[in-house]
Design a protein around this ligand. Sequence first.
Ligand code: SF4
Length: 693
Amino acid sequence: MTNCNTTCPYCGVGCGVSAEVENDRVIAISGDRSHPANFGRLCVKGSSLAETLVEDGRLLHPLLGGERLAWDPALDLVADQLRSTVARYGPESVAFYLSGQLLTEDYYVANKLMKGFLGSANVDTNSRLCMSSAVSGYQRAFGADHVPCSYEDLEHCDLLVMVGSNAAWTHPVLYQRIAESKQRNPAKRIVVIDPRRTASCDLADLHLAPRAGSDGFLFAGLLNYLQRHGLVDRDYVAAHTEGFDAAVQQAAPQTPAAVSRASGLSVDELEQFYRLFGESDRVVTFYSQGINQSATGTDKCNAIINCHLATGKLGRPGCGPFSITGQPNAMGGREVGGLANQLAAHMNFDRHLELVRRFWQAPAMASRPGHKAVELFQAMDRGEIRFVWIMATNPAVSLPDTAQVRRALQRCEFVVVSDCVHDTDTAAFADLLLPACGWGEKDGTVTNSERCISRQRALVPPLGEARPDWWMVTQVARRLGFADQFPYEGAAEIFSEHARLSGFENDGQRDFDISALADLDREQYDRLAPSYWPCPAAGAPVGPAQGHFFTPTGRARFVSAAPALPEPASSDRAPLQLNTGRLRDQWHSMTRTGRVPKLMRHRDFFSISLNPADAAALGIEADSLVAVENSRGRLTALAQLDSGQPAGQLFCPIHWNDQFAGAACVSQLIPALTDPVSGQPQSKYTTVALRPL
Ligand code: SF4
């Protein structure tokens, strides 16, 4: 029996996992006590990982039109289709759609092939749906996608503001760390801002339940309050920021009375929160999809960051605006440029195109950003994108307006899907299915929400003919004539190149630098312990802790934006507001967690939560069937009465899908409204009608 450390493949906490392996089987899973994210803790999803390593449902061989194919002709076909599509319609006619489930090395190679060698930046990811507003918010404020916090800050702060996050369910191990720190320090205060009363409110000293989507008003009002009550750190603002006066002027109308009208909170509640924020020395604002998944998500992120800049609560222990990513490797995707508007190593199209071209010796560098996730499928629907390769994700379930996404996939001339499972809603549209290694078979790195790079290690041999995603892309690149630039024989070499690029001509103005890890040989890479970035090969890292930001002036920027309430799609004026999110024991579209009986016990049916008063008014009984509908579609769900649910608001989990439960995909009701800066869809808000069946 051997013991091997690896990383959990579910949420952005990125817990270290210890696996006991015997005869090519994982026989026990426990938390890795040495991992700085979890110190041995695991939630129920992580501790059930061994039960997901089953053959049931796995895609085992390349399949063309349902018929088994050998790898060589399958890869020849992908290369031929890419080559002929680009030749006939130009580079913008091809796209890759990636996933926060990929490893950094998979992401790096796919991004390199598309942006450097096919000449298109149409490479985007399902991470667009989870944290792209946070990325845009950091970029606007700091000049780079720099997360200025770590998990220890959650323990060291005096005040933790959790907004738009039900961490007790979505990031359970972080929530445990927060709960334990509050036990150790009873003076610590926790404010939860969420329209729903969730499990995370159990820790709250103050729960604010504002009108859905009104968070921008709350934080603009906070900036206004800080200014009016002498709670601004004038020295910090003068030394390290720009744009303060304009932001304060923009926020001036947001008096407690005005915010009360917009949010539905009382002036007393608001002032209690504002005083706590202003008077606490160390404050972390912890935010997630409730902030990001909004048509004004980027502005909300900046409204939060503005308050930390105004009070100097940034760049020192126990302080900062902390976006928590949903997926295990959303951060790794950001690092290698897996978003259509970024280049590798946090570089951008405006300033770094030539640098990346030179480093890659790229013959066909994309010259401008590509389509972001929602736009990408809209372009496919219009016939502009004719080839797509979808890796490790299920957009027919997870993107908004799934009817349009499915129509786009039908119209696309050639759809490749590489995945470890066979029976997804998206796989049904594939011309060619390629079997990918799953967790426990893959080898590479992931980066969690606090910028900690950890190894995911192969524990068992791949099932069937499954192969790593980086290997498939490399084989296709070689068939397209790029063997010299895609020489990789293992993940270690890819990681090394990625690390070298991060330090290439880096004058300290680029935040992402891991060049200290560039010279690892295979053995050192295999043994790589969790490592935080930045870790430059030369010199000390600089960032917010040193009062340095990555803007041209080196100062952080206040962003002025007027807050706004969410609007339903023009076709929907239905009476009830619908919010979507995750359940405690499920992950994404349940392709893994849905196969573990223990994880189904928490909620084994597709349900919609509503306030008992709404149920009574509509004549709906607990556990009865209801129809949920708007102009885009109709679902049937079980009604779950929940007094924590505000009147007039419904909550529906994102996990169920047509393959799993039949006509139970909530994204079909969500319009394709996106944030104009980040492109992130407004998955947290639409309107629907509800009636008993
Ligand atoms: Fe995995 Fe997240 Fe649970 Fe940790 S908290 S074990 S990373 S699902």
